[in-house]
Design a protein around this ligand. Sequence first.
Ligand code: NDP
Ligand code: GDP
Length: 384
Amino acid sequence: QRNKEGLGELPAAFAPLNLPPPEEYFQRKVALISGITGQDGSYLTEFLLEKGYTVHGIIRRSSSFNTGRLHHLYEDQHERPNKFHLHYGDLTDSTALVFLMARILPTEVYNLGAQSHVKVSFSLAEYTADVDAIGTLRLLDAIRTCGLTKHCRFYQASTSELYGLVQEVPQSETTPFYPRSPYGVAKLYAYWITVNYREAYGMYAVNGILFNHESPRRGRTFVTRKITRAVAEIYEKKQACLWLGNLDAQRDWGHANDYIEGMWLMLQGQGLKPEEPPTDFVLATGETHPVREFVEKAFGVVGIKLAWSGSGLDEEARDVNTGKVVVKIDPQYFRPAEVELLLGNPAKAERMLGWKRKVNFEDLVKEMVEADLTAVRNFVEDQN
Ligand code: NDP
Ligand code: GDP
């Protein structure tokens, strides 16, 4: 086989591995998760192990402990021998990704790994692009390099940060994107390269456009967890005041555990006719709340009622019982460009996937504050 330039014809996909046909290959249930040590990765691992999957996760070498959210799953190992495996790797290291792909031969890949903090992305813009944008390309290319385009389904952790500057409310799968941070822009590349690999190579690759989702396992520099931890510390008299940035930003906050099931459903082809290509989905609650309201509700869980005064940088909140100032503004938490309003429309996921969030806003805040109270009382310095 020679083409006009005299070079050998390349096959549509490079297929170095001797694989069984897809029907046989898919008898196995093997998941590979990037970002397994994060909030979502830990819930997804629990969910998939419960469903009988073998779960492989990519972890980064770190000088500090970064597997705290997975600790309980290690302890369960004897109940599920050989079902849960962690491997060193990094979304910046193509060779490691190809090696892991060829060794694990996953049936589902969940790309949750990311530099996921919007504010940090303004300081680490290039690194965020490398991990969140090109890292997604590297993972997709590892699948292709191993000849797994028809054998492996791919989930991309896309984000409501793609919507950025408000174009339409509520935001759905058809709302135009206008990202407002290096994080959002990097995730925009990841979104489109996922669509491109689906269209170019016929891969089963989908974007879950997830609105903010929180839990007691949320990282402590995200606003919800920062607030609930501070409420617990202030209530236990271990901290005097909580310093925050923009209290007017509004977010559509759901519970991370509800969103995990949606990710999995997207890869099962739920609601698709056999000839239909996979499609992207929004997961959201359909409600939005300002940061200020989250603060009030969180203090309310421990019986502290707030009285607000001042405005702008001088805004503050006092505990009405003690008169002490417990919330103040620190401009270091403002962003160079802000996303003011996120409100998602999950109608497509509800209709096609049968997905619906279960935990409401009040219960989410309560669960997070109570978990932090327990942690503070037990002197637990978690890694999140
Ligand atoms: P976390 O920040 O809790 O977890 C991020 C994960 O990515 C961690 O396991 C982290 O590892 C890993 N990671 C970071 N850099 C690299 C790298 N270079 N190579 C490999 N892994 C890396 O995020 P969440 O669990 O909250 O979110 C999961 C995904 O969903 C992310 O992609 C996020 O951007 C996206 N998303 C999240 C939303 C939310 O509200 N939570 C909303 C929409 C999208 P380590 O533990 O070592 O730092
Ligand atoms: P994001 O929606 O992915 O950026 O999630 P965050 O939890 O980091 O931020 C949610 C909103 O809270 C943003 O509009 C922030 O500007 C606002 N915010 C206000 N104060 C803070 C703060 O102290 N830390 C963080 N992370 N966000 C804050």
